[in-house]
Write a protein that binds this ligand. Structure first.
Ligand SMILES: *[C@@H]1O[C@H](CO)[C@@H](O)[C@H](O)[C@H]1NC(C)=O
Ligand SMILES: *[C@@H]1O[C@H](CO)[C@@H](O)[C@H](O)[C@H]1NC(C)=O
Length: 398
């Protein structure tokens, strides 16, 4: 049962599991702990002295409880993973939550948090990954949560973005870009990640989902600061890609060498091209949905937002919209986030109907585009994404 959990959550690309989960599947793990930065934060910064907090409208405009400290209009990727794993309630933030919750799960993530302690210090208070793990340690020791239970929990981590955005690619007040080349910096971050994961493993964590850094060079903020205001900042994406590759290797290393480790690397980088988002139907890919003051990356309080929030990839200048979060969570649940190999298939192929809406069984009866009859459809599961199943036909692999 335990072994099945992560495979159900992140590896199995079975349409039945996915379909069942979306209509309210039985809870698949007894507990769920969340670590990371603003991608996962659900309110841990609200009482800190920091610029990195968002407990005001329009944040949370699409969230049942309104603004909570989530850095988006609705639910986060971590929220969706919880729903897909069958949790009926949201996992509450560590800050201000009853200690009893340590049996079921807590969210320790903190906006602006990073692997390095100095990361984001210009923004004010934040909780680094190692301090989040200390909070976790306190919480589970206080309640004496048994190890055999902790070993069954799901743990999700999304960390590292701020070590680039609010450190390496911010020359003042940081000097890491003078001290390290991109590969050296990635290596230094992975060493920190490694020791943090050792600590978590020591505290009983076995089933971990480690999220890659997303394509942050394509956020409006980084396009403006490092992409000349035009396209994705290649320099940023290249640096992040090195980190991700090392993280993937780290996951393999743990699974091979560390007792009981069942780690999964979740790729939310590869699918993050503006073109891929276009294929998925997002109309606005380079602009925030909410109103921003000049030079700011977070929404201005109580100002208007875009008319149709599900058409926007980005909610503010750096954080994704709920629509994007849902898409990324579903694909990480359902298989790696690889949208579509544009150079291989080309837009024509897509227009010809190779992308089927999320209806019917997988594979659908006929994914052969017009003009290629009598070839047997071969679904390539890694091309499935969210509610948009993408099937390649046999001819493409010839
Ligand atoms: C880099 O900055 C840190 C503080 O952020 C400082 O302690 C260190 O001396 C600096 N290193 C160099 C080479 O400037
Ligand atoms: C918002 O956009 C989505 C995606 O393009 C579309 O399905 C939906 O109908 C739109 N809603 C409104 C109210 O226009």
């Amino acid at each position: 049962m335990v072994e099945e959990v992560l495979s159900k959550v992140f590896w199995v690309v079975s349409a039945t599991v996915f379909a069942a989960a979306t209509v309210g599947y039985a809870q698949q793990v007894p507990c769920y702990f969340i670590f990371g930065d603003s991608v996962f934060d659900s309110g841990n910064n609200n009482n800190l002295q920091t610029k990195a907090k968002v407990n005001f409208l329009p944040y949370g405009i699409d969230f049942a409880k309104g603004p909570t400290g989530r850095f988006t209009n609705g639910r986060t990727i971590a929220d969706f993973i919880g729903e897909l794993s069958g949790f009926k309630d949201f996992i509450p933030p560590f800050a201000g939550t009853s200690p009893e919750r340590a049996h079921i799960g807590m969210n320790y993530a903190s906006g602006a948090g990073g692997l390095r302690e100095e990361t984001s210090e210009h923004l004010g208070g934040r909780i680094s990954l190692s301090n989040q793990i200390l909070n976790h340690k306190k919480a589970i020791k206080k309640l004496i949560v048994p190890v055999h239970r902790l070993e069954q929990c799901l743990y999700a981590i999304s960390i590292g973005s701020n070590d680039y955005v609010n450190n390496y690619f911010m020359s003042k007040p940081y000097n890491t870009s003078h001290l390290f080349k991109p590969n050296q910096y990635a290596h230094s971050l992975i060493l920190l990640y490694h020791s943090n994961l050792k600590s978590l493993h020591h505290l009983g964590a076995r089933k971990l989902a480690l999220f890659s850094i997303s394509k942050i060079g394509c956020t409006p903020k980084m396009i403006r600061s490092h992409g000349g205001g035009k396209g994705c900042a290649r320099e940023v994406n290249n640096a992040v890609a090195i980190f991700n590759k090392n993280l993937e290797d780290l996951v393999k290393d743990f699974n091979k060498n560390v007792h009981g480790a069942k780690f999964t690397y979740v790729d939310i980088f590869s699918g993050g091209d503006p073109l891929a988002f276009k294929v998925l139907g997002f109309k606005v890919r380079h602009k925030a949905c909410c109103t921003l003051s000049p030079g700011e990356e977070l929404c201005t309080p109580n100002k208007p937002v875009c008319a149709n929030r599900s058409e926007y990839v980005f909610w503010d200048d750096i954080h994704s919209s709920e629509a994007t979060n849902m898409m990324m969570a579903r694909s990480s649940f359902d298989g790696p986030l690889v949208v579509v190999a544009i150079p291989v298939e080309g837009m024509n192929y897509i227009d010809l109907g190779a992308i089927n809406p999320c209806l019917g069984p997988n594979p659908p009866p006929g994914c052969n585009p017009p003009g290629s009859h009598h070839k047997k459809p071969v679904p390539i599961n890694k091309y499935r994404i969210g509610c948009t199943k993408i099937h390649r036909c046999h001819r493409d692999t010839e």
